[in-house]
Design a protein around this ligand. Structure first.
Ligand code: PLP
Length: 477
């Protein structure tokens, strides 16, 4: 029986802690497309970690670049100083990014990237003589991380409600999910895109006065809220509206960047170029916390031109901005992208992936399948009064069967490493089908999480028992 660590002290993020600690799902190693669990079982990674391990796990190239960097320069002050790798990483990233977005601000995460982008947008309006343009527009069901800026423009109700008033001067456009019209569409829905985007102009821009809006931020494809695809023409129309009113357009590409859609960025997939792009995750293959914000050259130049000589142009940054380790990992990862043609690989696999995802049509509880590149969202019918319970049970059942999937509410999201093989794609979707069929056969009882992962439950109970005994011993002394 493997020994469990003391589970008391660590507070897990976005996790039902009590539930987790009664059934801990601990991973001790990972290589390629597979994890090894604490009890030496192998799990196929259907989610590239949290959408971040684009190049597969345990990349030797990244490990040795990071180890070398740690021994050479572990840290240099990020403000008023820098180090050569920061410039090299920025140059390499600029080459990988869509043309024109080639001025890079580094951050430590996707959340920091989102807040940095929003701050750059506000400061840009001010520095170009438009200080009244200080409103930020996001989108319903958008996810831009968890810091206050990203939270404010984000549109996932459950993430917002516990945290007070957030920012003022924020509004949201509608999300484009329309299952009644588009269920089981392969790729982007064809209908309704322009009409929906026009609402931005008719409803939000008109309501607020366009001269007060600094920026609109959207994910090209909404990932965290359950794989919501923009209908054809939608993003292009948003771009036109932003251009018409002098509003900056920010694409949050934390998920869609780095090959996920079979193109380098969502920009390349949709052919729509924003003013600012945020990214993170795949930037370092998830191996080192790191994010980046890329802005159009004109935006950077405006700060350089309109700020007094010698002044700090943007009073913003992090201790870990362009951290040497992150920069080393970034460069190593960009090499992997190039050497292994990972983006092309994803593009070549996407037809097979689409076919496999849509094989779930007709499987119990499946009410929609959405896909793009190497992403699929499988929306399930919720059990009455128990939203999320069915997807959670599906996740647990898949875990038992050796496949890691991800869920949000009653949507299963699949986004494997771009190194995935066709037979592994087949296994991911056939496991989901099997899990759902088992849930269907098991009725209401199958929604009870305590029916899954008996080993994990046993260890947790065992550990609890030992801790109680130890506590009793201390008490009796
Ligand atoms: C679109 C988007 N933006 C921002 C974030 C936040 O990134 P992080 O968790 O690295 O802060 C995420 C994370 O999933 C994301 O999907």
């Amino acid at each position: 029986m493997p020994t469990l660590p003391n589970l008391d002290h660590y507070w897990l993020p976005f996790t039902a802690n009590r539930q987790f600690k009664s059934m801990p799902r601990l991973i001790k190693a990972a290589k390629g497309n597979y994890y090894t669990t604490i009890d030496d079982r192998t799990l196929l990674d259907g989610t590239a970690g949290l959408w971040c391990v684009a190049g597969g796990h345990g990349r030797e190239e990244i490990a040795s670049a990071v180890a070398h960097q740690l021994r050479t320069l572990d840290y240099a002050p990020a403000f008023q100083n820098s180090h050569p790798l920061a410039f090299e990483a920025a140059e390499r990233l600029a080459e990988f990014l869509p043309q024109g977005l080639d001025r890079i601000f580094f951050t430590g995460s996707g959340s920091e990237s989102a807040d940095t982008a929003l701050k750059i947008a506000l400061a840009y309006q001010r520095v170009t003589g438009n200080p009244l343009r200080n409103k930020l527009i996001g989108r319903e069901r958008g996810y831009h991380g968890v810091n206050f800026g990203g939270l404010a423009v984000g549109g996932i109700a459950g993430n917002r409600k516990a945290f007070g008033n957030g920012l003022t001067g924020v509004d949201h456009i509608r999300h484009p999910l329309d299952i009644a019209r588009n269920a089981f569409t392969r790729g982007v829905p064809q209908e309704g895109g322009v009409e929906l985007a026009n609402e931005f102009e008719q409803r939000i821009v008109a309501l607020h006065d366009p001269a007060t809006i600094a920026a609109l931020i959207v994910e090209p494809m909404q990932g965290s809220a359950g794989v919501i695809l923009p209908p054809a023409g939608y993003l292009k129309r948003l771009r036109e509206i932003c251009d018409k009113y002098g509003i900056l357009l920010i694409f949050d590409e934390v998920i869609t960047g780095f090959g996920r859609l079979g193109t380098r960025f969502g920009v390349d997939y949709f052919g729509v170029v924003p003013d600012i792009i945020t990214c993170a995750k795949g930037l370092t293959n998830g191996a080192v916390p790191m994010g980046a914000v890329a802005v159009k050259r004109e935006i950077y130049d405006a700060f350089m031109t309109n700020t007094p000589a010698g002044a700090i142009e943007l009073p913003h940054g992090y201790t870990y901005t362009a951290h040497p380790i992150g920069c080393a990992a970034t460069i190593a990862m960009l090499d992997i992208f190039e050497n292994e043609q990972l983006v092309e690989r994803a593009a070549n696999l996407s037809a097979h992936f689409e076919q496999a995802a849509h094989s779930l049509k007709g499987v119990p509880f499946v009410k929609d399948v959405r896909n793009i590149g190497l992403v699929a969202g499988i929306e399930l019918e919720s059990s009455p009064g128990k939203v999320g319970a069915r997807a959670f049970a599906t996740y647990l059942k898949c875990y038992e069967m050796g496949v890691m999937v991800r869920y949000t509410a009653d949507i299963i999201a699949i986004s494997p490493p771009l190194t995935i093989e066709k037979h592994e794609i087949d296994r991911i979707f056939s496991t989901i089908a099997e899990a759902l069929t088992a849930l269907h056969a098991g009725g209401e009882q199958a929604l009870d999480p305590t029916r899954y992962l008996p080993n994990e439950q046993m260890w947790a109970a065992h550990q609890q028992e030992i801790r109680h005994q130890q506590a009793a011993l201390v008490h009796s002394r």
